[in-house]
Write a protein that binds this ligand. Structure first.
Ligand SMILES: *[C@@H]1O[C@H](CO)[C@@H](O)[C@H](O)[C@H]1NC(C)=O
Ligand SMILES: *[C@@H]1O[C@H](CO)[C@@H](O)[C@H](O)[C@H]1NC(C)=O
Ligand SMILES: *[C@@H]1O[C@H](CO)[C@@H](O)[C@H](O)[C@H]1NC(C)=O
Ligand SMILES: [Fe+2]
Length: 460
């Protein structure tokens, strides 16, 4: 441990010494930009468990790993989740609109699971509903001296002109780069996170360390996720198919630890669902669950797209893990199977944005589609298409696998901007017609907006 921390200090020292920022954009034959910016990185190694970002809250059986997500279809409910390590303890959330007066209470459910020989703590999920819009709520969990207080702000009522700012984070992990992303996001003014899958990277560990690294990640994100909803989608690192350890139930840790409001959108599976928030309709898909024709996810999406009402929620956003358009050699064309099944629906529905992760870099596409593909005639090229979504890859949260800068040269026509740096995005919806989108590279000491676009709504 001593050696590790000394090594780390050395790395940090080096980081400070060689922090040289070189910013240059190279325009190639296409209209797209490939940023050649290379930012000095923190080492792509997980933060040691004894670091303060993973600190266990004081007090016997104190609630830890507190996080919230939207709890219903329209934003008048939250699901509050937490873990008690020693015994089940209280399962009650006390809440109210002013600190120290908790007029209401709600009871949750408790679950626990094993992973190899690791035994989880007691995982609480509590639905708090019937909330007022646009209000600040305080909530208290735990007992006596070990109790803890947090707060959150409910969104505005569903309205086509409601303004709201989402953050978008993917592939976060638990390195110093992950911490940098989280800290930068927390200064961005984002009110809720759309998470594009691959949470903890605990599956990079073995045996009991898998569960231990899920717990540390839960404590790591609490600084944001206890105070604003994170809207979850699952990635490949959530699958955790580990037959060597006799763990073969996909998504076991994820599904025990992270709740989603799937029943509110008539989904039969927590891995795919939809919510409406302010002026946005958000559809979460599961890249690693069946989605071909006639499967539950396919049938559900077909019905959910019919429920979208752009008069009420002008902004239609899809979140998934595997990008459908990406010009990086890493994971190239892994999204083809879903593209073949869903792209024509996305175009027909005039989806505004599709956010994905998986590729550890940033990329934004132009509006293009490839729905005329015909295996018989040979039609096979993506073409500009005003009805198509913009595809955004934000797999640059900062996990221990590091960045991938292996972009194809020349840059394909569909690619508008790409850079291999860590960062996060914000989508500031102003009203029914305008949204200000930014991708923010993690540059310490100054907010660095790197790719910034004003988007016009696809319906209005
Ligand atoms: C869950 O907790 C109960 C009560 O402590 C315990 O008896 C049970 O073995 C645990 N189950 C799992 C799957 O760890
Ligand atoms: C593909 O092209 C063939 C030959 O022109 C045509 O008969 C068929 O309908 C096309 N299929 C689709 C799905 O467009
Ligand atoms: C929406 O916001 C944009 C940018 O602030 C503004 O220019 C536009 O007039 C607004 N549109 C409506 C319908 O309010
Ligand atoms: Fe991934």
């Amino acid at each position: 441990m001593l050696l590790a921390s000394r090594l780390l200090r050395l790395q940090l020292f080096r980081f400070v010494i060689i922090l040289v920022l070189v910013l240059s954009y190279v325009e190639n034959g296409n209209a797209g930009l490939t940023s050649t910016f290379v930012r000095t990185q923190w080492p792509a190694a997980d933060i040691p468990l004894d670091n303060e970002v993973f600190a266990i809250p004081k007090g016997y059986n104190a609630p830890q790993q507190v996080h919230i997500t939207q709890g219903d279809y329209d934003g008048k409910a939250v699901i509050i989740s937490w873990v008690t390590p020693d015994e089940p303890g209280s399962n009650t959330v006390k809440y109210g609109t002013s600190e120290n007066s908790y007029d209401f209470s709600a009871e949750g459910t408790i679950t626990n699971y094993t992973f190899y020989k690791y035994k989880s703590g007691y995982i609480h999920h509590c639905l708090v509903d019937g909330l007022e819009y646009d209000s600040k709520y305080y909530y208290k969990i735990g007992e006596g001296d070990s109790s803890r207080v947090f707060w959150f702000q409910t969104p505005p009522e569903i309205d086509p002109d409601a303004s709201y700012t989402f953050g978008i984070i993917g592939d976060l992990g638990q390195t110093y780069n992950s911490l940098s992303t989280l800290e930068h996001y927390m200064k961005s003014g984002g009110q809720s996170v759309l998470f594009a899958g691959d949470l903890s990277y605990a599956d990079r560990y073995q045996y009991d360390d898998v569960g231990i690294r899920w717990d540390s990640w839960g404590r790591f994100i609490e600084q944001s996720a206890a105070y604003q909803p994170w809207i979850w989608s699952a990635g490949n690192h959530e699958i955790e198919y580990m037959p060597d350890m006799e763990e073969v139930l996909p998504f076991k840790s994820f599904l025990h630890r992270f709740a989603t409001p799937h029943t509110a959108s008539k989904s039969t599976n927590p891995l795919w669902y939809a919510i409406r928030r302010a002026s946005a309709h958000i559809i979460v898909l599961s890249s690693y669950s069946p989605f071909v024709k006639y499967t539950p996810q396919w049938t559900w999406l077909r019905e959910e797209l019919k429920r979208v009402n752009r008069e009420k929620t002008p902004w239609l956003i899809v979140v998934m893990h595997v990008p459908i358009y990406n010009s990086n050699a890493a994971h190239y064309m892994e999204g083809e199977s879903m593209r073949a099944v869903f792209e024509s629906w996305f175009v027909r529905s005039k989806v505004d944005f599709i956010f994905a992760g998986h590729v550890h870099a940033y990329e934004r596409s132009y509006r293009i589609s490839n729905i005329h593909y015909n295996v018989t005639t040979g039609d096979r090229y993506p073409v500009p298409d005003k009805s198509a979504p913009v595809y955004l890859t934000v797999g640059d949260g900062g996990n221990q696998e590091g960045l991938v800068g292996r972009f194809f040269d020349p840059q394909p026509d569909y690619s508008a901007f790409r850079e291999a740096s860590y960062g996060h995005s914000t989508l500031e919806i102003r009203n029914r017609t305008h949204a200000f989108y930014q991708w923010n590279r993690n540059d310490d000491g100054k907010p660095e907006t790197t790719d910034s676009v004003i988007f016009h709504n696809q319906y209005w």
